[in-house]
Unconditional design. Structure first.
Length: 276
């Protein structure tokens, strides 16, 4: 049992920090799963007696829950910084994000116990440094420590929303990264956007005129089936396809969607050609 000092608390249970916390205070700060985290504290305090001084261990919750876990454990600053990891990786390349994100959070899960325990000790030491009564100290430990399901829920929602906004195509992701650095917030229209359909409809009706014997039937032709074929990030060029249908005929055409350079009408549809 730890000795009791003149300030009404024990002299601590480990070697972490300048003013090691009481076991009871530290357990209260940990809150849920306090037995597990206190055992991690003991390993870290043992220094050489644990693997790499207790720096490396595995935390399944930190790995599976990733960013929201840090908010759940009231480490919002760390969690907020980590939110950008998968987004930045995705903007570099979706392949990099798919492979890199699990690897990054696996490495973080290996040091999560160390980060959480040492941070908790620091927070309890800060509370010890306040000129407050024992009852106020206990209240401060309960308020600043423990877990927060509300913070977890908010973080999980933000992460889900962020993934929903990330571009899905590799070229599109790279192009958006380029536009961010160039300060250009205009997004290149997709093949199904109204502005593309309007311009492409006119362009393709003109393109099929030479193939239609009776020019009076042009007004009866329609364009449908718009879909993406490819995206060139370097050129910021999207290639689309659509089907032109008229009396007794149906032709597929490809066309390009580019930037016009005009802020009023930033989208340009051109270069219609038949698809064999």
């Amino acid at each position: 049992m730890a000795e009791v000092s003149a300030n009404g608390r024990s002299n601590g249970v480990g070697g972490l920090g300048k003013n090691p916390p009481d076991e009871e205070d530290l357990r209260q700060f940990f809150g849920r799963n306090d037995t597990y985290y206190f055992s991690q504290y003991q390993k870290i305090s043992a220094g050489g007696g644990a693997f790499l001084g207790g720096l490396i261990s595995w935390n399944w919750s930190a790995f599976l829950l990733s960013v929201p876990w840090y908010f759940y454990r009231r480490m919002a600053t760390i969690g907020a910084c980590l939110m950008f990891v998968p987004v930045v990786l995705w903007l570099i390349s979706p392949r990099v994000a798919i492979i890199g994100t699990p690897l990054v959070f696996a490495m973080l899960a290996m040091v999560a116990n160390y980060v959480y325990v040492t941070r908790s000790v620091e927070k309890v030491e800060e509370i010890y440094g306040d000129s407050i009564s024992q009852m106020q100290r206990e209240d401060a430990i309960l308020r600043r420590g423990g877990t927060s399901w509300s913070a977890y829920a908010v973080a999980a929602f933000i992460v889900a929303l962020g993934w929903g906004l990330v571009p899905r195509g590799e070229g599109e992701a790279q192009a958006q990264w380029m536009r961010m650095w160039q300060g250009d917030g205009v997004k290149l229209a997709t093949c199904a956007d109204d502005v593309v359909r309007e311009q492409a409809g006119l362009l393709l009706r003109i393109a099929v005129r030479d193939r239609v014997p009776d020019k009076t039937t042009i007004s009866r032709f329609s364009v449908s089936g718009y879909k993406d074929l490819s995206f060139d990030a370097a050129k910021v060029l999207r290639t689309c396809q659509a089907t032109v249908t008229g009396p007794g005929v149906s032709w597929r055409y490809a066309f390009d969607v580019t930037r016009s350079g005009d802020k009023a009408t930033p989208t340009k549809v051109a270069n219609a050609r038949p698809v064999e």
